[in-house]
Design a protein around this ligand. Structure first.
Ligand code: 9MG
Length: 261
């Protein structure tokens, strides 16, 4: 899953028309590098990020999704928590809802059910504005997996097909360093919960903390974790660095498939 952030700071001059062209070109490049899904987001979910008004989020993502869908048949996911953005994105050509709130905002679950889209349910403690202030858990693996399975039950009850749901432990979302490392160590537990497992570590700050690297130097650390994640059963890796990630996980996959045995 290639990350396509459509926020004013993501493309050089922030002008709507050049941003649209640049975003579509970036999506095409990620598809050529081997992405199977393009994850389009118009609201930052970074720690401390403020929310974006609905009209602004719609204006950022809808033209980009329409243009990508017109140019190719790659799967498009919409990274949003707002029901109206989910609906507009699916009308524009998206087929997956990637919601860091796991459809907890009012109306989100019923809207996702009506759209018949695939859904990624992600765990987050708190919200982006404050999630890294005091993350706390008694048992992070049990709490995150309990949350995900409860949200799945609620989704199925609301009419979302069980096999349309993916899980994501939400690395970096309301987690301290030791929580992130424990979740990564225990990924096989999440992979065994009966839903495709999505993992996102690309450029995240806990990589920078361990390796003492600024954001632009975290790719190799992320590749190590992507390989570990696939080794332990992850099916989707959300990344900024598609070509490098394809190669890293392609090798893990070859070993797992027993090629050469
Ligand atoms: C939007 N977004 C940012 N990081 C993410 C992650 O790790 N997983 C998912 N599903 N979405 C994310």
């Amino acid at each position: 899953m290639g990350i396509l952030n459509v926020t004013p700071d993501s493309f050089s001059d922030g002008n709507r028309y050049s941003t649209l062209d640049a975003a579509v070109a970036r999506a095409a490049a990620m598809a050529a590098e081997g992405a199977a899904i393009i994850d389009v987001g118009g609201e930052s979910t970074r720690p401390g990020a403020a929310s974006v008004p609905e009209a602004e989020e719609l204006a950022r993502v809808v033209p980009v999704i329409e243009a990508i869908a017109a140019a190719s048949d790659i799967a498009i996911s919409i990274d949003t928590s707002k029901p109206s953005v989910m609906a507009a994105a699916v009308s524009a050509g998206a087929c997956i809802v990637n919601d860091v709130y796991a459809l907890r905002l009012p109306g989100a679950m019923s809207r996702a059910a009506a759209l018949e889209a695939g859904v990624c349910l992600m765990h987050m403690q708190g919200e982006p504005r404050n999630m890294q202030e005091h993350p706390h858990y008694q048992d992070v693996v049990a709490e995150v997996s309990g949350f995900l399975t409860q949200r799945r039950d609620a989704c199925v009850e609301a009419g979302i097909a069980r096999d349309a749901i993916a899980f994501d432990p939400g690395l970096g979302f309301g987690k301290g360093l030791s929580h992130n490392l424990t979740l990564l160590h225990e990924l096989a537990h999440f992979a065994a919960l009966g839903a495709p497992l999505l993992v996102g570590v690309s450029r995240k700050s806990f990589i920078g903390r361990i390796l003492r690297r600024p954001v632009e130097e975290r790719m190799y650390g992320g590749l190590g974790l992507a390989a570990l994640a696939v080794m332990h059963g992850a099916r989707i890796i959300r990344t900024h660095d598609v070509a490098a990630t394809r190669d890293a996980i392609g090798m893990v996959d070859a070993v797992l498939q027993g090629i050469g045995h």
